[in-house]
Design a protein around this ligand. Structure first.
Ligand SMILES: [Mg+2]
Length: 369
């Protein structure tokens, strides 16, 4: 299942977050959750636990705003010289495993490399001093320059005005869910959460919808059937299902991280459920009709027998099935090139639609038996 890896040929610009993506968050966590409460306690004659209790609501109230990231604000608010304390703690700033190697490889790729961080410019300068980030980038931006953090939709057009990039040819990597959601809304084509966030396989990287003709075909075909209830098994991040017009949408995927991400990216668009084809019967009552069952882009990893075992139990209550077939002479990376002959006693093929520029066709079957 490696068909949706990042397609570097379709990417010109790489935007990278700093803390939690390239640099280990342990420094920031320790700094704000331990060191600063300790210093605040010492300065105000409090015990460290009391200081932490006092600070928590202050931290909480500013999350997602520029103030949260502004060390000038915290210096004023807490009466501490945050920059000086940060400089003294420099030794603990470090790369996450693999991050520096990634940056070196990225340099060789010829892509434009942009660091985009919510960190205050002073924090950026302090971390730069310790780990030498700037050498890996064509440009580094602190969102403070733009008066809005990455999780605020206002930020993205401002960045694009300063640093022109084509959204559909841009990869953005971050570890913050609210930030990724805002970038998704702005139309950034390629999004990647650092693995720890969602914990899903890299192949689930959200390939831009516009770059995957088969997704558009699947959506158009499903919509042409005017379904009331749609089920997609192997829904991934929900790019297809979220675009199908139907009163009832159910997306299943065996990857819990992906389901979490789909719920996050498309809240309320569907019921996003952890499971496979056999889970459908557990979730959707047996007397409920499924107007359209979609299983595309991952079924080539299953043998015909395995695929039949997934689909056939659902057919008695299903009207239409949308599947994708890889060309018989398609790439060997598609393990099985299905002809769906196991369906012939139960369903007739209504149409076969080429996915532009891909070795595959989208097929619609009408259940007859
Ligand atoms: Mg981050």
């Amino acid at each position: 299942m490696n068909t949706v890896r990042i397609d570097w040929s379709k990417i010109d610009t790489v935007l990278l977050d700093m803390d939690g993506t390239l640099l280990d968050l342990r420094f920031d966590n320790w700094f704000w959750q331990e060191l600063i409460p300790r210093r605040y306690a010492a300065a105000n004659g409090l015990s460290p636990p009391d200081a932490l209790e006092l600070l928590k609501p202050k931290f909480h109230a500013t999350r997602g705003t520029m103030q949260w990231y502004c060390i000038d604000y915290w210096s004023r608010e807490l009466g501490l010289d945050i920059a000086r304390i940060k400089r003294a703690a420099l030794d603990l700033v470090g790369y996450l495993p693999g991050a520096e190697d990634f940056l070196v490889k990225l340099k060789d790729s010829g892509k434009r490399r942009i660091l985009v961080t919510n960190a205050h410019p002073t924090t950026l300068a302090i971390k730069e001093q310790q780990v030498g980030l700037a050498v890996h980038f064509d440009a580094c931006y602190s969102t403070h320059t733009f008066d809005a953090p990455k999780e605020n939709a206002a930020f993205w057009p401002r960045l694009q005005a300063a640093e022109p990039f084509a959204v559909e040819r841009t990869l953005f990597v971050d570890d913050s869910l609210p930030v990724l959601r805002t970038a998704h809304g702005f139309g950034i084509g390629w999004l990647r959460a650092v693995r720890r966030v969602f914990g899903f396989d890299p192949w689930h990287v959200s390939a831009p919808y516009s770059c995957r003709p088969y997704k558009r075909s699947a959506v158009e075909l499903a919509n042409s059937l005017r379904p009331v209830t749609v089920v997609e098994v192997g829904c991934g991040l929900g790019d297809i299902l979220s675009r199908v017009n139907a009163a009832e949408r159910y997306g299943f995927d065996i990857d819990t991280g992906v389901i979490r991400a789909a719920r996050f990216l498309h809240p309320g668009a569907a019921r996003w459920i952890h499971g496979d084809a056999s889970s459908v019967a557990l979730v959707i009552q047996r007397d409920r009709r499924i107007d359209c069952l979609i299983m595309v882009n991952w079924i080539h990893a299953l043998s015909p027998q395995q695929l039949a075992a997934s689909i056939l139990p659902l057919l008695p209550r299903t009207r239409y099935v949308i599947l994708d077939a890889i060309d018989p002479d398609g790439p060997a990376s598609y393990r099985f090139k299905h002809d769906f002959s196991f369906l012939s006693p139960f369903a007739e093929r209504l149409s076969s639609t080429r996915a532009a520029g891909e070795p595959r066709s989208l097929m619609v079957f009408k259940v007859t038996a």
